[in-house]
Structures are given as C-alpha cells and as structure tokens.
Design a protein around this ligand. Structure first.
Ligand SMILES: [Fe+2]
Length: 234
C-alpha cells in the first residue's frame, strides 16, 4: 500500500494549490468572503454521514481491512452535526424559506456537490475492503487540505466574534489529523498488494481526487459569485 499512499501524497500536494484554496488563503479578502461557499457544501457534508453508515460500513466485517474501514466510519459518521452547528452560528438559518433552500441544494448550481456523493457511492459499491481503504485515505487527505485551510479563517472569526466554530475550527481539525496520521496510517502502509489490486487502488485514488477537484471549482464559483444564499452575516 506504500505506493498508493505515495500517490495520494502527490495528489494532495497538487490539491493544496487549487484555486479554491488559494482564494481561501488570500488575506486581501475578509474571512467571510473566503468562507462564503459554506452553505454550498451542505448536500455532500450531510450525505457523507450516510455514506459512512450505509455504504462504506459492512457488518459483520469479514476481514481485517473491512474492520479498519468500519472503524473509520464510526469516526466520521457524525461530523455533519458540527457542520450544522457552524451553519447556524455563521448566521445561515434565516436566509431564505425552506423551499428556496431545497431548490438551491438540488439546483444546477450545486450539481457537483451532489454528484460527488453519487460518484463516490458508485466507486465504493464495487470496491473491495482494501480498495475502500485507499478511497478513505484519499478522501481524508482532501479533507485535511480543506480543514487545514478553514482553520485559519475560523480562528480569525473566533477571535473577532467570540464564536467557536467546531466544524471549521480546531475541534474538528484535531480529530481529523489524529486519525489520519496515527499508527493506523503506518499499519495501512505495510499492507501488501498484488499488482492488480495496486492498479485498482491507484485508479480509485485518481478518481477520488478528480471528483473532489471538480467540487472545489463549484465551491469557488459560489464564493466568488456572491449568491444571495452564500453571504455570511456575523
Ligand atoms: Fe470530519
């Protein structure tokens, strides 16, 4: 699995420099502007809980790899609750009517956010337990870039407004870093792969990064576009 993790790390380097993250690090803009895509993440962020519970997890696990997959799903299946908590704290609860909000979530403007979930489900459904581990590792690294970049924005908002953001801030980032760089990670690197499994894992990793990259472009266009649903009011 070492080769697969090396490929993930290469993809992560490129992912880190995508236009969305450059925009989020652009200190000439306010933190609110740089976080203005937050409501657009809703469909995927909430679906990610279900993806962990109902797609990735298989119980009882029949091998060690699926046990690891299951363990990850228990770590990640409830983070969407903190997303909602920050959604409310950032002032998005009273932006529009529930029907307007649902129309937005299922609109063409946010289609990549939904497609991300659907495509991940398609990949995971056909993947073996070891291939699922490769998918999880790739997803975690995309998350690490996003949460690491959100962390600074969150700290600035917290120090100015006194509002603690648990999804965007230290609380979530600490947990995510904890389980992706711990001993678990080292053990995964040592899993031997035959040639065809390695090729499948490399293909899946590439596909995962491609899907997430597509998603970041949609988020960026919302942040820049100043859609009425994406204005933060603190
Ligand atoms: Fe998370």
């Amino acid at each position: 699995m070492k080769t697969v993790l090396k490929k993930i790390s290469e993809h992560k380097q490129a992912y880190y420099s995508l236009p969305l993250f450059l925009y989020m690090r652009d200190s000439s803009r306010t933190e609110e502007e740089r976080l203005a895509f937050y409501p657009c993440m809703a469909h995927f962020t909430l679906s990610f809980g279900d993806l962990n519970k109902y797609i990735l997890r298989e119980e009882p696990a029949t091998d060690v790899c699926q046990q690891r997959v299951n363990l990850h799903t228990y770590e990640d299946d409830h983070h969407w609750l903190w997303y909602l908590e920050d959604f409310s704290k950032l002032g998005f609860d009273h932006l529009c009517s529930p029907t307007t909000w649902m129309r937005f979530l299922w609109s063409e403007e946010t289609r990549k956010t939904r497609i991300l979930t659907y495509q991940l489900v398609a990949l995971i459904s056909k993947a073996s337990a070891i291939e699922r581990l490769a998918i999880i590792e790739a997803i975690e690294e995309t998350g690490n870039v996003l949460f690491n970049t959100m962390l600074d924005l969150s700290k600035a908002i917290e120090s100015r407004s006194g509002i603690e953001l648990r999804y965007c801030g230290e609380f979530h980032f600490g947990l995510e870093s904890g389980h992706s760089v711990g001993s678990d990670h080292i053990e995964i690197a040592e899993i031997p792969l035959d040639e065809s499994t390695q090729a499948n894992c490399l293909f899946l990793v590439e596909k995962v990064f491609e899907l997430f990259e597509d998603w970041t472009h949609e988020l960026l266009s919302h942040a820049k576009g100043g859609h009425t649903l994406v204005r933060i009011h603190l």
